[in-house]
Structure formats: structure tokens, C-alpha cells
Design a binder for this molecule. Sequence first.
Ligand code: ATP
Length: 597
Amino acid sequence: MEIDQCLLESLPIGQRQRLVRRMRCDQIRAYYEREKSLLRQQGGVKGRSASMHRKKPRVRFNQTDVIRDAIIRHDDKEVIRLLKEGTDRNTPTASGGSLLHLCARHDNVFAAELLIERGLNVNLQDEDLWTALHVACVCDHADVVLLLLLAGVNVLLQDVNGNIPLDYATEGTETRYILQKHLEENGVDVSSMHTMKMQRPNTMLSDVRQLVAAGGSVNQPGDDGVTLLHIACASGYREVVSLLLESGADPHPADNNFWTPLHLAAKYGQVTPCCTATSPFLQLIYSPFAQHNSRLVVSSDPAPSQNPLCPLICHLFPIHPSLRNPLGLSISKRDSLLEKCAMFRDAGGALSRQPSQDNGLDGPFSSGAGKLEQVKLMPPAPNDDLASLSELTDSSLLYEMQKRFCNDQIYTYIGHILLLVNPNKELPIYSTLVSQLYLSSTGRLCSSLPPHIFSSAERAYHMMLLERRPQCFILSGESGSGKSEACKHIVRHLTARSSPKGLALESRMKHVTLCERCFTHLLLKYEPRLMFLARLYTYMLEKSRLVHLSPQQHSFSIFYLMAEGMSPEEHSALYLNNVLTHRYVLVSLCLYNNESL
Ligand SMILES: Nc1ncnc2c1ncn2[C@@H]1O[C@H](COP(=O)(O)OP(=O)(O)OP(=O)(O)O)[C@@H](O)[C@H]1O
């Protein structure tokens, strides 16, 4: 369609636009027809359209990675699907453990049950010879422990340090109770096992004495370069180490995997700053350590353990073959050690420290130095943020909340909103130490910490700095749902944040609390019963009480305090010479006097 330019310009604007649009359409159609005929000529129509419709390349993850991820995310449907599709249930984890270890770590009982049903060996051990039961005990996942016991796990299997799962179950936990009961029911005497274990260093000590008395060499290495000093260091037998050094043991040589005795002591957690200062052995070998440090070579091929020391070592370590050759394990995957440290940390083992545990606003400022600070934070879980659930229905949300509540995980995120289910019991999650854990330099949620009110307080603090304007918390819920408590915890965290000891805000917050109390409608005679009642009510200014007072109700405390506490001059300045002239104070004053009798 060709139109004369002059004619086009003479048309009204709307008509001109319509005409131009039609011309453009004609052009495109013509172009398309020409392209099509060209392609037809080249016989490439098919090929072209096929290539045009070819799917974009998709990233495909290994089935084994997918199943691991599904277990961690508690995605039960995905686990079932993958197992049905034939994903290898014997897939190992990074530290040589099985999928059961992963289930135990992430408290995924459902997946664990599926795997056991499909015949996965419950006694599989990882590189450090941990079974899934060791993991479940460290993490205090009682349900997994029960499941493994029902599946017939061997509760006496020892890890590389000679520890059975019970050794990792914290005193007073459900896991420990279950395991102890199980051992008792099966006639295992836990205390004698413990005694035997305690005797191992003594046995080695007397064996080394005999060896020295018989003129044997304490430096004789095995085929894999392991000496007695390596073994004693790895096991932390201090007296044996001292005896060996006194008897001329050389602390320098590294074994075939380039591990010196000090490397081993460090690897198995036997080196501490205090022992460095006091132990002549460590003073002796710290200098070679500095030189040898750069020689730490990673090898995945452990040397065969044809060790001439074997008879002696077998005698020294009668319990598990691994202990006869602690170096027989592959070093390349020593990351498992870090993984286990993280487990202890997450499970609260490393968090059970000293001092204060104080949940009330009355004392968020006290250091509580004399009190034990018990901390038990749950490890982060996939359902920490409900917004990330794959299925979002009423029932799935309720199910997750219930599951978390039963685990004492009272806080849950929904994006940036924090959901709290009132536990109605004291939980050891509000101490100073926990508050410090949640301190962050950016205000971002820390993925290694579970949801917490301290985290929300921290975020508000950072938003205040970022936006340079006041922030506000909206605490919503029915009566008794825990709003006031939450408010206290927020104030507590922010107070602690204001300075390392919370001193800057301490006195001011005490004054605020005092003022708040003046405007409660409860009688605050400072006696325990009423203080307790005062805690149960929000300190909210109910303005209606100024104009209307129902029979048997008290007015604000501030009036009684003013009536009783002010000087005659102050009374007269405020026209309060005769308190009885004020009707609603008079009524409640009678009540006040009656109650305080
Ligand atoms: N995080 C918590 N941990 C332990 N107990 C809590 C927690 N939150 C609330 N409680 C318990 O529940 C009680 C009621 O909580 P709180 O007074 O905070 O509720 P509320 O929502 O402020 O109620 P109201 O709206 O009636 O003032 C508290 O006295 C306390 O015993």
C-alpha cells in the first residue's frame, strides 16, 4: 500500500496513525512471505523451525545430589520419587557416610524409614567411623535414634576415637535416656564400658614402660611411618607422650602421609592453648610444627598398614581395628572433622557455656555472672521459613508449625515476618550469649542460626541505621499469645546491643519500666503476688479509665503514688490537697486500702 506523503500529512492525526499502522503491517507481512519462500527454496523450512523451537539447554543435577538435597529439605515426595526412579540408596555423603547419616543430621525420620525399608545398612560408618546413630546422638534427634534402634543398629560400634553413640548423647537429653534404657535392657553395663575406656591410656603406659625396660626402640615406625608417639598424640594420652619423649622418642618424623605427631594431636582435638603452655612435649614439638606445617600434603591413598608395631598396638587398642592405625583413614576427606564440629556447634554442645539466663524485663540488664547460662538453639531447618515451602496450603503450614512447636522451635519466619507460638514454658534461648550470637554487622538473617526474635530486633536496628528513621514492631496476636514477652525480648536484645554490657541504656530502660508501671491499672504494691499479676497484663494506657471507672476497678497507679508520695507543697501546686474530692480516685482508693490491708 503506497500513499502519497503530502496526502498523508493532510489527514487528521488519528486517521494518519491508522494508515501508518496498516502500512507497517503490510511491510511485515511482505517480509515474512519473502523469508518463507526463500526458506522453501533452500528446503530448510523444516530445519529452521526445528532449530527455532529447540529447547534451551537445561542444567541437570546428578540424581545423587538431588536426593541429598531432597533429604535436607525434607521434601518427602521428591525422596520417594527419586528412590522409585532407582536413585542409588547407597549414595555416599562427602564424609563417606550414607544417606542415613544425612537423615540423622537433618532429623528426617521419614526419609530414614524409607531408606531402611529399602535395605540400607543401618550400621554403615563414615570416614571417622561414625554411624548414623552417632550423628543422631550429637544432634539429639530422638526420633531418628528410636527408628535406628528399632531397625537393629549396633549401639556399640565405636568411632575413630573409640566413642560409642552414647558418648555423644548429652546428659539429660531424651536421646541419652533412650539409649541408656536400650543398653540396660540389653544387659550392657555402661559404667564398666566406661571404666575399660578409661583404662586404655594406663594399658598403653605400662606397655611402653615394658618396651623401654626391655631396651626396645620407641622410634621404630611401621610401614606407614606411624610411631608410638603418633598414636599417643592422636589419642591424647599425655602421660604416654611424656614417657615416650623422656625415653628419647623423636617428635619430628612425619608418617607416610606427612602427618607429624602434632598434626595428629591437633586433628583429634588434643591440643589446647593451656597444654601448649604447660606441656614440655608440645613446647618441644611446636617449633618443628611450624616448619612442617607447609608440608601437610593431601593424599587419598592411605598406605597399607603392614606395621611391625601391630602386635603391641593390637594389645594397646583391643577395641576397634581403626585405633590400631589411626592414620589408616584417608586424609583427603578430613573435612568431615569440620562437618562434625559444626554438628556439635549446631546441637548446642559448643554453646553450653556460662553465665546469665534472664528472661524478664526486670532484669535484662543483670549480668547474672553467678548463674549457669544454658543455651539450646535448634539447628537451622529447611522449614525455618514457611515462605520457602514447596506446598503452601493451610494444612501444610499447620503441619509444619506443629512439627516445629513439638521441637521447641517456637519461632518461624514467613519471609521477614516472624511467627511465634507461645511455648508457655521457659526455654534456654534468651540468654546474653544467644543475644550476642544474633549480633550482625549487616542485619541480614544469618542462615546458620534458627529464626529468633533477636534476629528481628537486629534487623530493625540495621534498618534504622540504613533508613535513618525510627522503626516499629507490630506485635499481633490474641490475648496471652506472647506479645508482651516478645516485646521484652526485643528491648533486651537492643539494650544489650547498645553497648557490650548494655550499660548505656540500662538506667534509662529501668526508668521507662518504672513509668510504664505507673500507668498500669493494677495495684503495684511491690509484693510478689501482684508483681506476678502485673507481668500477666500488658502495660497499656487504657485511656477510657480516665473518664469511666467500673465498680471494683482500680485507676492508674500513678494517682495513688501521687496521693501518697508527694509533699504537701506539691499537692497544693497540683490542687490535690484533698484527694477525696476526686471521685474515681476515691472509689479505688478504698479498694486500694482494703487490698493492701
Ligand atoms: N517466648 C515465651 N517463652 C516462654 N513463655 C512465654 C513466652 N511468651 C509468652 N509466654 C508465657 O505466656 C504468658 C502470656 O504472655 P504475654 O503476656 O506476653 O501475652 P500477651 O500476648 O501480651 O497477652 P495480652 O494481649 O493479654 O497482654 C507469659 O506470662 C508467659 O508465661
